[in-house]
Write a protein that binds this ligand. Structure first.
Ligand code: NAD
Length: 480
């Protein structure tokens, strides 16, 4: 394995991947390691010409790839899964560096990537009989759309990109993916490795920022866009895609409510709610971002939570088991600090955390619990995307459901905690969110369709249902 340290040794190299080849570029940048604030490796920035070259290669490859059978594509997907698995040490070390994740968390992300690829070796869209009578048979068949432009965020760079890549491959599309410029390394390396098993032009990767993303959404040679990121950028992407009538999938921000009922077993539920809120320092789209606890158990829940969140204190050494990492980049670090500042300015009750760890290098924020901030406070209304938990009380079921549903940015996910199965489903079915987890932290599952409602998204992906959004449906009306 080449040296992982940017200084000395046979340094790891990163390239844009176009038409099956490694391409160097005139322009480069370096990401800052969020643990140490030291620069990582050089990474190329793709030019307009390189985007044009990638689109041309993808269109060429699509002519053949679209005719491949489901079995042929699934065989390739299986080979890609094996390729990721064979390189899991390398990929998780890179992920750890670029995101600040612990070794354990980075390893899980690589393993989950393999699981997602393997899942789609056994799942495909079949033709469906839509209608039949004595005169006619009507079938629905699902055909690839063409060239997908995929644009991904920095919090789970490998898995979130992989979902788009494997969905495109499974449905016979070609894909050009742009990682976040904050975390380009693992995805570029993954794409490079996958070239050994895929035909040239089928899966390509270009690194760049908002300007490259804009060019992708406006490019006439790209047929559809799958984007994961903020609501503001999602809106911009939708506007751009309208100009060429591209199909678009938007996986956007969440502000998940966790509703904890008075009949839960606190010793089991407190650790799971903490995990749902603080995993990856809260930088998870479906993290619990507003925790509503029934007033009858609020004080006991809070006491136990204060103890529990100590486990999420960060550690500079990523190999310490379960050590939480820092905030992944300076921009998000400053945003998270500004939310803590707002809590202090408005005298919200910070029960634990809230201090800025300016004595050590890296973007560290201690796990922070804020007790009963007002419903219209910045912390409750906005997605914090950091390790700050607002803990709120409730008494009346209809009222807590109304509060959970009151925000437009809260359409991605939610969780409900009660051993009463009927009550759990009664609450869950009234929540205005694309996925609701019952008695478990919010972890997307490869077999579960995932898409945000309201401002949290448009369309969706994952599961068998998700493949429909990567396909055109054609009706075949056959006279008998
Ligand atoms: P972001 O919107 O800032 O950036 C996402 C990607 O879009 C990056 O690759 C960026 O370079 C690119 N981009 C920026 N401006 C663009 C433009 N004008 N046109 C095209 N591309 C452009 O988001 P982020 O900060 O990287 O990610 C964090 C956000 O993502 C959070 O809000 C989080 O909730 C959300 N997220 C959602 C999901 C989900 O599945 N719903 C998953 C993870 C993260």
């Amino acid at each position: 394995m080449p040296s992982l340290t940017p200084e000395g040794g046979p340094e790891l190299k990163f390239h844009n991947i176009i038409d099956g080849k490694l391409r160097t570029a005139n322009e480069h940048h370096r990401v800052i390691d969020p643990r140490t604030e030291e620069p990582l490796w050089d990474v190329p920035v793709a030019s307009s010409q390189e985007l044009d070259d990638a689109v041309e290669a993808a269109r060429r490859a699509f002519k053949t790839w679209k005719k491949s059978t489901v079995a042929e594509r699934q065989a390739k997907i299986s080979e890609v899964a094996r390729c990721v698995n064979d390189n899991k040490e390398l990929l998780s070390e890179i992920l750890m560096k670029e995101t600040g994740k612990s070794k354990l968390m980075a390893g899980i992300e690589v393993e989950r990537t393999v699981v997602h690829f393997e899942y789609y070796t056994g799942v495909a869209l079949e033709d469906e009989l839509q209608y039949e009578d004595e005169k006619t048979t009507i079938l629905a068949t699902h055909v690839p759309i063409g060239v997908l432009g995929a644009i991904s965020p920095w919090n789970f760079p490998l898995i979130l990109s992989s979902i788009k890549v494997v969905s495109a491959l499974a449905t016979g599309n070609c894909v050009i993916i742009k990682p976040s410029p904050f975390t380009p390394y693992s995805l570029l390396k993954f794409c490079e490795l996958a070239q050994s098993v895929l035909p040239p032009g089928v899966f390509q990767a270009l690194n760049g920022g908002a300007d490259l993303g804009e060019r992708m959404t406006l490019h006439p040679g790209i047929d559809h866009i799958s984007f994961t990121g903020t609501i503001a950028v999602g809106r911009r992407i939708m506007e751009n895609c309208a100009k060429t009538f591209k199909k678009v999938i938007l996986e956007l921000a969440g502000n998940d409510a966790a509703i904890v009922c008075e009949d839960v077993d606190l010793s089991k539920v407190v650790p799971m709610v903490a995990a749902g809120a603080l995993m990856h320092a809260g930088q998870v789209c479906v993290a619990s971002k507003r925790v509503y606890v029934h007033e009858a158990i609020y004080d006991r829940f809070l006491d136990l939570l204060v103890e529990e969140v100590k486990k999420y204190a960060g550690d500079v050494d990523p190999t310490v088991p379960n050590a939480a990492g820092p905030i992944s980049n300076k921009a998000n670090y400053e945003r998270v600090l500004s939310i803590i500042e707002d809590c202090k300015r408005n005298n919200h009750k910070i029960v634990t955390g809230g201090e800025v760890q300016s004595d050590k290098k890296g973007f560290w924020v201690a796990p922070t619990i804020v007790s009963n901030p007002p419903e219209d406070s910045l912390l409750v209304k906005e997605e914090q995307f950091g390790p700050i938990m607002p803990l709120l009380t409730w008494r009346d079921e209809d009222d807590v459901i109304a509060r959970a549903n009151s925000l437009d940015n809260a359409g991605l996910g939610a969780s409900v905690w009660t051993p009463d199965a009927a009550r759990a489903q009664r609450i869950a079915r009234q929540l205005e969110a694309g996925s609701v987890w019952i008695n478990q932290p919010e972890l997307p599952h490869q077999g579960s369709y995932f898409g945000g409602w309201k401002l949290s998204g448009f369309s969706g992906e994952l599961g068998k249902r998700g493949l429909l959004n990567y396909s055109n449906t054609q009706s075949l009306l056959i006279a008998k």
